[in-house]
Ligand binder design. Structure first.
Ligand code: FMN
Length: 229
């Protein structure tokens, strides 16, 4: 992280993390409007700006949580996946990365592998938005393909970095796509929309152990192939 440069992009990149415990403190609506106005500067192929978002707080947010809880109670019968969250049969090196971050998260909470109930309870906290007062649901038209989904990712990261700049925190949550139809129906989204992810937004509980563990990244040698340098 660059020293003495609290407003640099690098600072925001290092300061952002997926926050999984929020304070019971409301988020200023005018601030959110400013953040989304700035995030509109995110690039997109052909300037399509394919991202569409629905923000909920208060009663509408509770309605989503209740509707999804009812589906969860149905067990596997309740699943309505919008898409495969991971490729079927995820291979290395990606599977090890996924496994590694999960283990690090549970270790931060002192939940060992054999404590299946403890791990499930932590996962289920996803469906309460980890206590966030605001939930953003990111969706787009079903006609969009991989390039436009990547555009949605750029918008999402822009929003997350702007939240950091303004002292707020977030956690992207594709787990909501496991109950896509219920989320869409509850939000009043048309059948033409596909749900990509949720984004929990709020003030971080900075004391919570789940927000205080080093999140690993692989070295550059694993992702960048320098040719001609
Ligand atoms: C699109 C997207 C969806 C995600 N969905 C979830 C989720 O459902 N639940 C969760 O706890 N974390 C979720 N994450 C967070 C990732 O686990 C996290 O970004 C990754 O482990 C790196 O950690 P960091 O964000 O703290 O740097 C998601 C991240 C992204 C980008």
């Amino acid at each position: 992280m660059p020293a003495n440069d609290a407003l640099s992009v690098a600072h925001a990149l290092h300061a952002r993390r997926s926050v999984r415990a929020f304070k019971d403190q409301p988020v200023d609506t005018e601030l959110l409007k400013t953040i989304f106005a700035d995030a509109q500067r995110a690039p997109s192929g052909g300037n399509l700006q394919p991202w569409q978002a629905t923000l909920v707080t208060g009663e509408p947010w509770q309605r989503v949580k209740d509707a999804v809880a009812a589906r969860i109670a149905m067990g596997r019968e309740g699943y309505q996946p919008e898409y495969d969250i991971y490729p079927k049969g995820l291979t290395e090196p990606w599977e090890a990365r996924r496994f590694g971050v999960g283990e690090a998260l549970y270790a931060s909470l002192g939940i060992p592998r054999d404590n299946k109930a403890g791990r499930l309870a932590q996962f289920m906290d996803n469906y309460k938005g980890f206590g966030a007062p605001v939930m953003l649901f990111l969706h787009c038209s079903r006609i969009m393909g991989p390039p436009q989904w990547s555009d949605m990712g750029m918008w999402l990261q822009s929003v997350m970095l702007l939240l950091v700049e303004h002292g707020l925190a977030s956690c992207p949550q594709e787990c909501w796509a496991m109950y896509g139809a219920t989320v869409r129906e509850t939000l009043g989204l048309g059948e033409d929309q596909i749900l990509f992810t949720g984004l929990a937004i709020g003030h971080a509980d900075t004391d919570a152990a789940v927000n205080n563990w080093p999140v690993p990244r692989v070295g550059l040698e694993e992702v960048i192939d320098w040719q001609g340098f």
